[in-house]
Design a protein around this ligand. Sequence first.
Ligand code: PGA
Length: 252
Amino acid sequence: MASADLTPLVTGNWKMNGLAVAEGELAKIVNGAAGLKAELMVCPPATLVASFAAAARGSAVAIGGQDCHAEPSGAHTGDIAAEMLKDAGAAAVIVGHSERRTDHHETDAQVRSKAMAARRAGLLAIVCIGEQRAEREGGQTLAVIGRQLDGSLPDGGTSANLVLAYEPVWAIGTGLTPTAADVAEAHAFIRKRLETRFGAEGGRIRILYGGSVKPTNAKELLTIANVNGALVGGASLKAADFLGIAAVYRSA
Ligand code: PGA
């Protein structure tokens, strides 16, 4: 199956934004999801996972967490197990987001453990990788994401349990985006690594682009080869913007 045939996934990462009242925004996203040739997902803060999952049940919108602990339970104050997200109604969890890697000093090995935990719990793991600005400027991009892939990917990845998100760190929340050629190069590189690691299944694992995706640049970014959807931060908080991005996949 060619990567272009994969069902795209547009995921909103709400980060540390959203109170109970934001359920109205979710309702608009649920209403707007009809007729899209893509899967939609919203990853709200952990406090909203259960209520959002209940509100979105039976709709075309899945709910995900933004992080999980590697262990299923235990003395880890403040942490949330993958099993708990699953229990709350989540279908997926983001792991290794650059803000976790930076703010919480998460290593590739820890990200890999979290991705394995997601698999154990029956969640789709959305594994994030991406280079820093200095690494891009130093011509290190492919070396860096190659190292992150080697260190962060879980064993036994399939299209049902794993999604990759390529997010250049310098493009997150900045309004900056890489050129289409740079996105194509990174995604082709990731695709090849996935196929080397997981065989034919690696050709079916979706690779999302993330970093300053907006309605105005979505078409350009999401029609690049091997880009199978988007991980959206800021522009996912308003239903109109999020749906404006997903509209790239609206059937004619
Ligand atoms: P952004 O964030 O869309 O606000 O750049 C993307 C992300 O961090 O996943």
